[in-house]
Design a protein around this ligand. Sequence first.
Ligand code: AMP
Ligand code: MG
Length: 200
Amino acid sequence: MSKKLDQILVIDLEATCWEGKPPEGMRSEIIEIGLCPLELHTGRRLEKRSLLVRPIASTISPFCTQLTTLTQADVDAGIPFTMACEILRKEYLTRDRVWASFGDYDRTMFQEQCKLTGVTYPFGPRHLNVKTLFALSRGLPAEIGMAGALEMLELPLEGTHHRGHDDAWNIAGILNHLIAGLRGRMPNLGTPNAQLGNDE
Ligand code: AMP
Ligand code: MG
């Protein structure tokens, strides 16, 4: 299969969580896969979609509902994790596309849950960490959160923070900004002689 660079699929996961450690016998599991495909030649965010996933080894705590707004009833109506991964592969061609998330949490969570449940990892090897890219692009001494990055870019935080589809949408906005910046500098790469004496 060819490697597709037409879009970057931005993913943001929500998972079962507690104020401290999980209760005895439970583990943190993916309950929402939020996604937003960013079309590269237009910079358009094509869609904002939430795939709710039914947990099998944990329940929604009051803390988790407070953070994400998701209730037990919401995730009970969700789809199995394996089905969500199939949607990613079939509808979003995730094995052939670059995908992105804010930080490395989403990638490691996906890998761990796939390993634990025997579900095939739906992505290819190309993942972009927007949190790291943002800090590097701004010369920050450390990485910052999504809300802080939006504020620095003077972009609005749209929707509900800590809902997967809204977070994915906002992260795609940050990524779009970063890519536009990179492209603005691209012509310099092709004309090194013109740059002599200009670059420090
Ligand atoms: P986020 O993408 O920032 O909404 O966070 C993704 C997931 O990380 C959440 O669904 C929680 O499982 C976990 N998480 C985020 N913030 C916290 C927190 N303050 N305490 C415990 N878990 C958290
Ligand atoms: Mg989130």
